[in-house]
Design a protein around this ligand. Sequence first.
Ligand code: KG4
Length: 339
Amino acid sequence: MSITILGIESSCDDTSASVIRDCVMLSNVIAGQAVHEAYGGVVPELASRAHQQNIIPVVAEALKRADIDKSEVSAVAFTRGPGLMGSLLVGTSFAKGLSASLEIPMIAVNHLQAHVLAHFIKQTPEDTRHPSFPFLCLLVSGGNSQIIKVNTYDDMEVIGQTIDDAAGEAFDKCAKVMGLGYPGGPVVNKLANEGNPKAFTFSKPRMAGYDYSFSGLKTSFLYTLRDRLKEDADFIEKNKQDLCASLQATVVDILMDKLLKASKDLKIKEIAVAGGVSANTGLREAFHNYAERYGWAIHIPPFAFTTDNAAMVAISGYYKYVKQEFCTMDTVPFSRVVI
Ligand code: KG4
């Protein structure tokens, strides 16, 4: 019998709902929240209010696009954490209401694991591309930078992670000081395509193991701007392409160095990437170069599955449904969760 999962994602500033039937995505609806742009970052209180407004139409649209009736849903999966508490509460409460009214099970999903499992979403029944276990997944987003050893669908080990800022945060904060708006990552990426990645040198951390650090890079970027602006008030405007290209090249080098070390040490050449920063074209290019140079089998998800989306929550729910791992009505969200 088919398993149909309705996934709900509301961990940050995207309200999303998706229907997945037996690993095949039938719909994936995402409502973003433009309200935060004016503030240069996500405002938690505004995010939870927007989720409240969006959640019902988004779920209704996901069912409509999937061309199913809600009575066909086998279980409702929702993001339990990590994320913003006020945002998570909206998705969690909605899932509880739906589960109670339809008398179907409820499945709690870890947002970070869901990013990894996005690799198993099938866009068509014939779609067979996915990583084989064990694989390494570089999870890079606005809130996380981790290297995860994925042993099975539900057995994941974080072998390295950032001790301060996340890679996306480094992009966003550096973009902010250049006055490029929020979120800065995509803008930096666009400008970087027109710049020289060797024009400026920013500091890279020297750390043992597989952990990351991006705060030194951020400081070195800030100091470069501060010093050069003293000489020329138009320094940023005149050099933004080169600044972005050099920043992006440094972030990519930092990410790839540790990933290569982990791949060599653990002798794993099956390598995946997940999270919003995996949209970065410099990082994608580096993945292709490393694949050629080191014989990696690389897995880069379609763009729609790199940022926050409910399809990744629904696919995670699917694998939990198979194992009958349901949660109860007293389940509460977690703002911070480790895998
Ligand atoms: O995974 P995500 O959508 O949200 C969470 O952080 O949960 O990731 C958002 C992050 C932001 O920091 C954004 O600037 C970054 O991903 N990002 C990019 C690009 N697209 C999104 N960073 C660099 N290059 C991009 N093309």
